[in-house]
Design a protein around this ligand. Sequence first.
Ligand code: LMR
Length: 399
Amino acid sequence: LFEQVQLAPPDPILGTALAYKADTSKDKMNLGVGAYRDDNEKPYPFKVVRKVESQIVNDHSIDKEYLPIDGLAQFNAAAQQLIFGKDSSAVKEGRVITSQAISGTGALRIGFEFLAKFYNREVLVSNPTWGNHHDIIKCSGLNFKQYRYYNPKNMSLDFNGMFTDISMAKPGSIVLLHACAHNPTGLDLTEDQWKRLAGLFKQNRLFPFFDSAYQGFATGDLNRDAYSIRLFTELGFQLIVTQSFAKNMGLYSDRIGAFHLVCANKETAAKCLSQLKLVIRPMYSNPPAHGARIATKILTDPALYNEWMEELSMVSKRIIDMRTALKNELVRLEVPGNWNHIVTQIGMFSYTGLTPEQCDILINKYHIYLLKNGRISMCGITTKNVGYLAAAIKDAVVS
Ligand code: LMR
C-alpha cells in the first residue's frame, strides 16, 4: 500500500539534535536547535518552573478535566497582558481575542488556518526566516513571497530592501514579521524603522502578523521586546500575534503559547473567537493544561514573576557573554573576516555568514552541529568549548 512513499529528509533544525545525539565524539557541539544550555552544555529547566510544578503536583484540587477549546482563561489573560502591556487600550476595549496554543508553531498554524478561511491573501515572509514558517503557511493552503531582510555583503539588516519589497506587495497582503530577536539573523529594526514600516502598512493597508518567540531575549526587557507589537496595536492596526513560552520560560516540551487577534471592535472579536474554535476543535480539540498552569502562576504571582525575571536575565547574560567570548577567540586566532556581527546580533542565534561548504566541514570534521545556512545557537557554546569552535571555524574558513 505504501511502497511508493519516499523517505523524507530529516528536519533541518530538529534533525541536528538527533544527529548530535547519535554522534559519539567527545568533542561534539550542539549548535543547531535554539534551546538554552548552561555552561556545562546541559539543558536548564528554570528553578521557578520546578518550584511551581511541585506546587501543581501537590495541589489535589487540580483535576484532569478538559480545558475549553481556547484553553485556560487565566493564562490567556496573563499572556495578553505580557505581550500587549497592562495598559493596552485594545485589550481594555475587548477587541483582542486570545487562545492558548500548542506553543509558537501551534499558534502560527491556527493563525494561518484562520486566515486561509477568512482572509485568504498572499503572505510575505522575510528572506531568510525560520524554516518552519514556509511549511506552516503552505500547509494552511496560503502562498508566500519573500521580502529582502538581510544583506550578506555587510551582514546587516537590509531595511531599504525590506521597505521596497513590502511596498510592492498587493494592498491587503499579510506580512509576517518577527517581533524581536529575528530568527535566524539576530537583526532587528530600530524603533524608528518600525515606525516607518507602520506608516507603509497604513498606506498600503497591509495586515501585520507578528511572531513573538523570543520576548525577553532581544533587549533583556520584556516590554521593550514587545515594542513593535505595541506600536502597531496602539496605531489601530488589526493584527495577529503568535506567542511562545518555550524559550523565555524554558517550557520547550510543555508546548505552551498563545494566539492573539486584534479586531476592529468587540462584536467582531466575539465572532472571530467563535470561528477560531471551529478551526481548533478538529485539529486537536483543546490544549494541554500543564504548561498553561505553570505560566499562569509565574505571570500572576509577583514573587514568582521576579524570580523568573532574575533567571531570564541570567540566561540572556550567558548568551551575550558567549558572543563576546567567541568573537574574541576568532580575533585572537586571526580568523580571516570581520566577526563584529557575532556581538552585534541579538537573541539566541548568530547568523555567522559561514557557507554551506564551511558548515559541512564543521559538522563532518569537527562534530559541530549547526544549520546549513550558517546559523548557530549561541546557547550551545560554553567557556570550555568556545576555543574548539573558534579553531574549527578557522580551519573551515581557511580551507
Ligand atoms: C529553532 O529555530 O531552533 C527553534 O525555534 C526550534 C524549532 O522548533 O525549530
